[in-house]
Design a protein. Structure first.
Length: 603
């Protein structure tokens, strides 16, 4: 069978030609190697062992399961099961529906996702940042910071109920433009129409992509790539002029300064000390006035620019132009989305904001700085530092809400802050408590480290510190001063713990809250999306070894036993001790041993 890496690279290479159409894609679903790669990809995910509407999970993974799945796909009897719907809280407190597919459906979706990604990723817009290789919220925010210079108006775009309202026929028609394989198209149809089960009741799905489905992100990007292309064409028509006209007042003043300097040079030797001081002060005063002016006409009617960045169904447009033009752009977008994509802009969330005020995007406040402060250059001259550059900020209410949501802060009378203990942590051991606080602090900092005012998170860390001390105090029924003494190690708060290598100390984080704009090349917001596939993993090698890791039988079919977490094992049974000793959440067993394990007969 062909190596999946070779197949996908060939698809990506052909995808660069926009006229190329893809045929016979469905046959790749007969390739066992694709499913082994998909299994290795899904295995580390937290939800890999979560049940769908039946008992089908990753546990018991075997080549036989893959072969049966492929046989169903060959005779086209494969039918995705409805996903099990659960609800998770959104940031605004409202519930977000999430579908949990069966494990075999996850496998097929992952293979289909890789094929679709290989075809469409080379053609996606550089302005799109969600669910893509080496792209993230941070890459979207950095693009705004670097390219929205001089923006006068922001259009904050939000598509109403996007993932629930993707129109199936429109999506399929978009896929058919490049994919001429009805078997593959029919498979996508099956995923879209699989439905979901909530409270034991089946619901059909007439629009939207499978919530929680592995294939949903790539389908949403294929759908909204039409919006990206539309706005990019719209921008080209909107953009006007090569550069702004000069501000005559600025340049007349600059000429006057130049004339004064030349005159001073020619007459300097003849001037008294008093006259020299007077003339220097005059030039200094003129320079100060010069740097209070703009060198260009910021309201030049012959100069227009539009910038655009999208992350999933949220987008931000920067307009160098009038408010009326920004409002017209919003109306045109509303019409395009309704007529071409059957989508609706959220009226309450799609705002037009002047750039001297904050626009909200991906949890950051964004505004264009009006900063007239000057910095000294190496040659001794001074220049304005950040005038009209786009700047990123941590919204004050974001980290306050985070503290409240974690249960670490209580707002008292007169809006006073009061760190409080977290009752749900007191049953954890000391090491888990300090690591929980550290992870929450470092996680928030790592997200907001691009912000110019990221130092405000020092207040967040300090509040978390006292919440942690109070949590320990509540756990040990002690006072704060005694707890500080108890956990003070080398003048810092920490927990001493033992490992096989000896004693270790977990200190309370002293993460410096300073701006850090480094973007790691492998930063992705969701389950890994990449066209670069590694070689076969040890997990797959063990599955294919045909040697039971428990009884030692060779040349036998194997099933992989999975557990959620190593710490869930009590170590009372020999097979548990073996997994703990190897520090593995999997063990490859013959069918008989795996059955005996689940029936409690293994040891």
């Amino acid at each position: 069978m062909r190596n999946p890496k070779v197949v996908l690279n060939n698809l990506s290479s052909n995808a660069k030609n926009e006229e190329y159409t893809f045929q016979r894609l469905y046959r790749n679903l007969y390739n066992t190697e694709f499913y082994l790669d998909a299994y290795a990809k899904i295995y580390p995910n937290k939800g890999s062992n979560t049940k769908g509407i039946d008992d089908d999970t990753i546990d018991g993974m075997s080549l036989e399961r893959i072969e049966k799945l492929i046989e169903k796909l060959k005779n086209q009897s494969y039918q995705p099961k409805p996903s099990r719907r659960v609800y998770i809280p959104k940031k605004n407190g409202k519930p977000r529906p999430l579908g949990i597919p069966s494990f075999e459906d996850k496998l097929v979706q992952e293979v289909a996702r890789r094929i679709l990604e290989s075809i469409y990723e080379p053609q996606f817009s550089d302005n799109s940042h969600a669910f893509r290789p080496n792209r993230s919220c941070h890459t979207a925010l950095v693009q705004i910071r670097n390219t929205f210079t001089g923006t006068r108006w922001f259009i904050e775009g939000d598509i109403k109920g996007f993932f629930d309202n993707i129109e199936h026929h429109t999506l399929i028609n978009l896929l058919r433009k490049r994919i001429k394989d009805e078997k593959f198209i029919n498979l996508i149809w099956k995923f879209l129409r699989a439905g979901y089960v909530e409270k034991w009741e089946f619901h059909k799905t007439y629009s939207g992509t499978p919530q929680g489905g592995i294939i949903s992100p790539i389908l949403s990007n294929i759908y909204l790539n039409e919006l990206d292309r539309y706005i990019e064409k719209y921008s080209l028509q909107y953009n006007k002029g090569k550069k702004r006209t000069h501000n005559l007042e600025y340049h007349n003043l600059a000429s006057k300064i130049g004339h004064r300097k030349r005159k001073n040079e020619s007459e300097w030797e003849e001037l008294s000390e008093e006259e020299k001081v007077k003339r220097l002060n005059e030039i200094k005063s003129l320079y100060k006035k010069l740097q209070s002016l703009d060198s260009k006409n910021l309201f030049d009617p012959e100069y227009r620019r539009m910038k655009y960045v999208r992350y999933a169904d949220d987008f931000l447009i920067g307009v160098i132009g009038s408010k009326e033009e920004a409002e017209q752009t919003k109306r045109d977008l509303t019409t395009f989305l309704a007529s071409e994509l059957k989508l609706e802009l959220s009226a309450e969330k799609t705002l037009i904001t002047h750039s001297e005020k904050n626009a909200r995007f991906l949890g950051y406040d964004i505004r264009v700085a009006r900063d007239w402060h000057r910095m000294k250059m190496p040659n001794g001259t001074k220049k304005r530092r950040f005038n009209f550059q786009a700047k990123l900020f941590v919204p004050h209410e974001k980290y306050i809400k985070k503290l409240i949501d974690l249960g670490a802060l209580k707002i008292g009378n007169n809006n006073g802050w009061k760190p409080v203990h977290r009752p749900y942590l007191i049953h954890n051991d000391d090491l888990e408590i300090i690591r929980t606080y550290n992870a929450e602090i470092e996680g928030l900092y790592n997200y907001y480290r691009l912000a110019s005012n990221v130092h405000v998170l020092q207040s967040f860390r300090q509040t978390m510190k006292y919440s942690m001390i109070k949590t320990y105090a509540n756990k040990y029924k002690s006072t704060l001063s005694k707890i500080i003494n108890k956990f003070s190690i080398n003048k810092n708060l920490g927990v001493l713990y033992e490992t096989k290598e000896g004693s270790r100390i977990a200190y309370f984080t002293e993460q410096r809250m300073e701006k850090n704009t480094e973007i790691k090349s492998n930063t992705v917001d969701i389950i890994g999306q990449t066209l670069a596939y590694s070689g076969r993993t040890s997990l797959i090698d063990r599955l294919l070894a045909e040697k039971c890791e428990w009884c030692g039988k060779q040349n036998v079919p194997l099933e992989m036993h999975h557990i959620h977490k190593l710490k869930d094992l009590k170590g009372k049974k020999q097979w548990e001790q073996k997994m703990i000793a190897r520090r593995r959440k999997t063990i490859a067993m013959c069918v008989k041993c795996h059955l005996d394990l689940h029936n409690g007969k293994l040891d």
